[in-house]
Write a protein that binds this ligand. Structure first.
Ligand SMILES: [Fe+2]
Length: 401
């Protein structure tokens, strides 16, 4: 929820008649937390309940998820740069890690599809590491560009189109929600002036989707729905995004990571200083280029960290990753609670005296342990856990060349 928005035709009051060309429109409410949370009110030209068929469905690699049998406790490195581009935003999705509250994966679509999606399990957050495109949803068109987050509320009918092959999308599914942290708002709901972003930084839908046979086909239209970790395929004889108008506070938004206003302290500030989105059991943070700590004896590189309550993942986007060796753009590191993580040998000392960092990365901390899926297994660097052994300090070394 960002603020109230309205698009298209609306009656003066909710739950009253709304006609278009003498035809009564069907009002639909999308509500969160029963009827107590944020909501939007949509006006459909054809009632959204008119599915002509429903059947079980599966998207291999995405859902249902296949977990790895053995999950030893160790620091892990999943090399998503080794994933081959394939499919579209939906068929090309690969689930890499799952927890009770936050799943994540990658899609590298090379095509677009006429198939729509509706996630009934949680909110979705894409991060466009590469590429641009448009989210088409019941709330309208929402263009996105490189390094945008795209936050899509649970229950939204949508498809995501890329402008060209070569897109790389990190995605999260957060349950029960992914939202802008309450701490960034004043008592009136407005984003506070000391928040790391303002209302102006968010992209919102500006134009409703109108059916175009060339663009959307002639039907029937397929919507893949996800609920309880299972998929079903729903067919509609009418265009499922055929909305005459809507208003409310539930709708998708974009936010470019470079619009995040980072904070720097006299000495090192904890990573949660960079929180961008949050759920009840996780945070998603943005590390952007910034000035680092300015105490004359500050050590800008993060200290060794025993995170005893939360697992941590980091998706490396670009720049110099000051604390890690062997990590490259598109790497995902998983540092689970229970084992200490920290800078690689040499990087801690080397950071002293530096004044800026150029790193760009997305981090998530989660109270619920992450489990790797079978999709992550072939692209995992298996001995990453041991890469903290300093070869120079350990005669003979430990690692085969
Ligand atoms: Fe950490």
């Amino acid at each position: 929820m960002l603020h109230r928005l309205a698009l298209g035709q609306l009656p003066p009051k909710p739950h009253t008649t709304c006609y278009e060309n003498n035809k009564l429109l069907m009002e639909q409410m999308i509500t969160r937390e029963g009827f107590h949370g944020p909501y939007s009110v949509l006006y459909y030209r054809v009632p959204p309940m008119e599915e002509s068929s429903v059947e079980p469905f599966a998207l291999p690699g995405y859902c249902p998820v296949k977990l790895l049998d053995e999950q030893p406790l160790r620091r892990r490195h999943v090399k998503t740069q080794d994933m081959k581009p394939a499919g579209d935003y939906l068929s090309g999705r690969r689930t890499l890690m799952v927890s009770q509250s936050l799943d994540l994966g990658i899609a590298k679509p090379i095509s677009n599809t006429g198939r729509y999606f509706c996630n009934g399990d949680g909110d979705e957050l894409y991060f466009a590491k590469e590429g641009s495109g448009t989210l088409e949803s019941v709330f309208g068109y929402l263009p996105f560009r490189k390094h945008d987050y795209v936050l899509i509320p649970k229950g939204t009918f949508y498809r995501l189109k890329v402008d060209a092959p070569g897109a790389t999308l990190l995605w999260f599914e957060g349950r029960p929600e992914i939202k802008i942290p309450n701490a960034y708002r004043n008592a009136w709901g407005q984003l506070a002036d000391d928040a790391p972003f303002s209302h102006r930084d968010f992209g919102v839908p500006r134009e409703l989707v109108r059916h175009d046979a060339g663009e959307h086909g002639k039907g029937p239209w397929e919507v893949v729905m996800k609920r309880s970790g299972r998929l079903t395929l729903h067919r509609f004889e009418h265009f499922p995004l055929d909305i005459a108008g809507w208003d409310g506070a539930v709708y998708p938004v974009t936010f470019n990571i470079h619009d995040y206003q980072p904070k720097t302290g006299l000495v090192h500030l904890p990573p949660t200083t960079h929180t961008t989105f949050a759920g009840s059991r996780f945070v998603i943070c943005s590390f952007v280029p910034r000035v680092v700590d300015y105490h004359p004896n500050a050590i800008p590189c993060p200290y060794a960290h025993a995170s005893v309550d939360m697992d941590e993942i980091l998706y490396y986007v670009e720049g110099n990753f000051t604390s890690r060796r062997g990590i490259d753009s598109e790497s995902i590191s998983l540092h689970p609670a229970g084992v200490t993580h920290g800078p690689h040998p040499g990087t801690y000392e080397k950071s002293i005296g530096t004044q800026r960092t150029s790193e760009l990365a997305v981090m998530a901390d989660c109270y619920d342990p992450w489990i790797l899926t079978a999709e992550a297994e072939p692209i995992e660097e298996k001995d990453y856990h041991l890469t903290w052994v300093d070869k120079k300090a350990t005669p003979g070394g430990w690692r085969p060349e």
